[in-house]
Design a protein around this ligand. Structure first.
Ligand code: NAD
Ligand code: MG
Length: 381
């Protein structure tokens, strides 16, 4: 029986994880759940999974929840609550599925306890990759990717050592605007951008998929997870999202991992690795898929993807600035304050004006995250 602490249980990844916990009652027990503000759903999850403790965003939500459920479970709140629940030694696996920078600190606490991290929150590796890998080595914490591309690569690398890898091929659906003119990006509506062709995900990652920043963040994620230089991490457009990624080996062989697109598979693997469970919840029928196609990404059109690669070259604090500017740009697009076409403009502006040489402690990372948010907020009201 594995005990799982889910950070972000009311999100798309969190809900899929709970579906698996329900399916495999004898394998998994829920050691804790956290939600930002959807306390209605959290309440249902508490009733169904009976966790000893939960976390919500603030005191007010904690109070509302307490009035509803009484002493059924402990209710913590705020960033302190997230850190405290992660520091408790009552779980085996942290499923890190908060969206954005907010996932970083509790994930670090769990690494310090040497827990397995089933990592969906890619932003953690983007902003603090070097620190995270260092800490994971120091505290013997296994980081198992939940992101489908990285799970695919991780699976392809079983039985291979690093010296055999020629390159990693990260596949990308291309998102909803693969065939739309760049000149027309100005007119993209929020509804169009939220309409992903293959995946049903949270709003932030869905917009990231539309700008292809998601793939950019994934290149940085792969850079830290697999320790390869950026010119050996290639992006390939594959609109069907059936091949989740590939690894080219030095003898010319290529390994790939395939299935119908469904996040339950990489989540399950991160929970059970190195074993697998009998599961028939995801069906893949090649007769229905019929064809798999591939082509090169257009870096001119998807500027965010280029900026992410550039930030690896800049190094240091650059990916943290890129991430913070992107989080804010997405928020502003979703609230109607900027156009879709402005998202990369804001990010480039922040990178050009805020980047400087600096050490990479958690303190500097937090301070640049904040600095970037202030900068963008002041310039694009
Ligand atoms: P989501 O928006 O559906 O859910 C986010 C979760 O985080 C919710 O439970 C929400 O309550 C919580 N949350 C949001 N802001 C918070 C804050 N400031 N403090 C504390 N909690 C907060 O997002 P998602 O699609 O489930 O994605 C979660 C993470 O997994 C992201 O980093 C995303 O990039 C990554 N990911 C998601 C998918 C997918 O298919 N959804 C695939 C790969 C990777
Ligand atoms: Mg992915």
């Amino acid at each position: 029986m594995k005990r799982i602490l889910i950070l972000g249980s009311t999100g798309s990844i969190g809900k899929n994880t709970l579906k698996l916990a329900k399916e495999f009652k004898d394998e998994f027990r829920i050691a804790g759940l956290t939600a930002h503000s959807n306390i209605d759903l959290l309440q249902k999850q508490i009733e169904e999974f009976n966790p000893p403790a939960v976390v919500v965003s603030d005191r007010q939500n904690a109070k509302i929840l307490e009035d509803r459920i009484g002493r059924q479970c402990e209710i913590l709140y705020g960033e302190e609550g997230l850190i405290e629940i992660a520091q408790r030694n009552n779980y085996d696996i942290l499923l890190s599925a908060i969206v954005g920078f907010a996932g970083l600190k509790p994930t670090i606490e769990s690494i310090k306890l040497g827990k397995r991290i089933a990592l969906a929150n890619k932003e953690t590796l983007v902003v603090a990759g070097e620190l995270i890998i260092e800490l994971a080595n120091k505290y013997n914490s296994e980081i198992i990717p939940v992101d489908s591309e990285h799970s695919a690569i991780f699976q392809c690398l079983q039985g291979e050592s690093k010296k055999e890898i020629e390159k990693i091929i990260l596949t990308a659906s291309g998102g909803p605007f693969l065939n739309r003119d760049k000149a027309d990006f100005e007119n993209v509506t929020i509804e169009e951008a939220l309409n992903h062709p293959n995946w049903n995900m949270g709003n932030k990652i869905t917009i990231d998929s539309a700008t292809m920043m998601n793939k950019g963040l994934e290149v940085i994620e792969a850079y830290w997870l697999f320790g390869l230089p950026k010119d050996r991490i290639e992006v390939l457009i594959h609109p069907q999202s059936v091949i989740h990624s590939m690894v080219a080996l030095r003898d010319g062989s290529i390994k790939a991992q395939l299935s119908s697109p469904d996040m339950k598979l990489p989540i399950l693997y991160a929970l059970t690795y190195p074993e697998r469970l009998n599961y028939d919840g995801v069906k893949t029928d090649f007769k229905k898929i019929a064809q798999l196609t591939f082509f090169e990404p257009d870096f001119n059109k998807f500027v965010c993807l280029k900026l992410a690669y550039d930030s690896i070259d800049m190094g240091g604090i650059a990916p943290c600035i890129l991430n913070a500017a992107n989080e804010l740009a997405v928020e502003k697009f979703l609230s109607g304050k900027i156009k879709f076409s402005q998202i990369p403009v804001l990010i480039e502006d922040a990178l050009n004006n805020l980047y400087e040489d600096s050490d990479l402690s958690l303190d500097t990372i937090e301070s640049y995250d904040q600095k970037t948010r202030n900068y963008i907020n002041n310039r694009y009201k």
